[in-house]
Design a protein around this ligand. Sequence first.
Ligand code: MTE
Ligand code: MO
Length: 301
Amino acid sequence: MEEWPGILAVYDCPVNVVFNDVEDVKSFVEGVLKGAGLEGVLEFSSNEAIGSRTVLFRLHFKPVASAREYVGIRVVAVDNVVARVLFVVPRELESVSRALESGLTIGRYNPDKDMNETTQVADQQVYIPYPVIYAVRGVPRVQPSEWYLEVAGLVENSPILHYNDLVKMPMASITTDFHCVTGWSVRSVRLRGVETRLVTELAKPLKEARWVYITGYDSYSAIVPVNEFSKGVLVLYMGDKPLPPEHGGPVRLFFPGLYGWKSVKWVKRLEFTSEYRDGYWEVMGYHPRGRVENSERFKRF
Ligand SMILES: Nc1nc2c(c(=O)[nH]1)N[C@H]1C(S)=C(S)[C@@H](COP(=O)(O)O)O[C@H]1N2
Ligand SMILES: [Mo]
């Protein structure tokens, strides 16, 4: 698998600006860049409705037209108000990073604020018949005989669990709805596997462990709070069949109460940590916990 191209920094700016159309969003971002002393090529790339109230606008910025890399800009708008703007700066554009740092009001991200916030209300998901396959880093082919799970970090034990160890453990069957943060859901998906609380019991996390940073064989990653981790399942079967490779087979995680991006497919490593650290989507502004019942889609300030 190709390594994920390096990101130097992500700047997350809370704002509160009403807009009417895409052009308004573009001029707003233009203003922000100008304010930081940056001029270059700003292009609108796409927009996507997330549930019924939130729209995500994606733009690209190149300080010079010939630059290989661009700054990814995500504008999050709720009910026609721009609520936050995220700038994802690649390693090659360090100068942009310095300009943004001096030109913007940015706070250090504190996950606890988002974890204590309970006023977000659930908005609509659209039900579809079968889960959309997501594999942002491709589908790694891992045979059951090659698959193993590592446990690391703040734990008393660091077991390595092979596929053969898992199949000998007690299996649980769950039937649950699946929710993706982009707005689709699937009703009553039948899954079977080993409850993650059994892994937690084997690993015995130290009391300082607050988060579990999860990595897949494709190097995709996500983070969940320790207590949420223990409510998941290491899935080996979907319906009556072994979990297909495109859905994360031989083994994926699944957290029934959390949006799908936390359910890492082709799971390889669990790291129990005291410090919060962004995974693949969290770095782009997605929520540290992602509880569906509270619509915990994005970080806030
Ligand atoms: N390794 C890996 N796990 C992943 C993803 C991914 O791209 N790579 N996508 C996530 C997202 S956003 C969702 S909604 C679900 C989708 O699961 P599915 O592909 O089985 O439908 O997997 C999650 N786990
Ligand atoms: Mo998703």
